[in-house]
Ligand binder design. Sequence first.
Ligand SMILES: [Zn+2]
Length: 301
Amino acid sequence: MFQSVLVSVIGALLGGLLTFGSVQAAALDVVATSSGMGALARTVGAGRAQVTVLASPDRDLHRLQAKPMMIRALRDADLVVAVGAELEVGWLPVAIASAANPRILPGQPGYFEAAAQVDLLEAGSPADRALGDVHPVGNPHVNMDPVRMASVASALGERMALLDPAGAETYRANARAFAAATEQRMDDWQARLADAPGVVLYHRDALYLLDRFGVPMLGTIEEIPGVPPTAQQIKGLSERLQGRSGVVVYAPYASAQAPERLAKGLGWNARRLALDPPMDADGNGYLDHIDLWVQTLAPPR
Ligand SMILES: [Zn+2]
């Protein structure tokens, strides 16, 4: 009797240890720059990857600074998942260099950029960083297009398979499931956005979403990406849009003043809406966040 109790206690302890061990030792230690990239990494890496996100959705990825917390996270990472196209150029290269982890240097299998996996909008357009343009190689905000994100998921699955061959089938199946979940929502999104009146963005950050669903882009608060608008520019925009309907959308870190004033003058709504989903989002959380954007851009019913 005592023996069998002892055996089952030891068995439970061992079971506990084994469970503990498998939770602790993920096959891949992934660091994502944004919560959108984190959501994708969580979905594709489900069951094998542990994901750390560096920047919350209320932070501007164009203007972050490298922090000790980031460098610590990067030190042991197997894989960095960035948006890319120079969006994180002001802080990620510095953080990676400081982390002294050769596996995640650009060009290594442990460094992955979403923007490098898909075609970019506004690539090759005139841009001059000297004038403050923060999109010198094309528009980096590919995470706003769920269809491109499904392609990115597939490429990310292959990259994870390369780094962790034992999980290859899991990563590929996860990426396929994400693509299917995206596909399942497309008809509904297309229908809801068919008559969308259009939008004024603060920054050209939701361009990929507008382009995917044919939503008119009526203007931007900032004329050059990354350069604050002048009062004259806002006045010109307001005059040009009189009599039209639409919505103004701006990010949590953008100044509310110009968007709110413009919307008020036009009789429109102004919405503060993050580009990226909540910090702990997975693939469904990402798609739910896109749904929130669809709801914001759709015509009022
Ligand atoms: Zn940008």
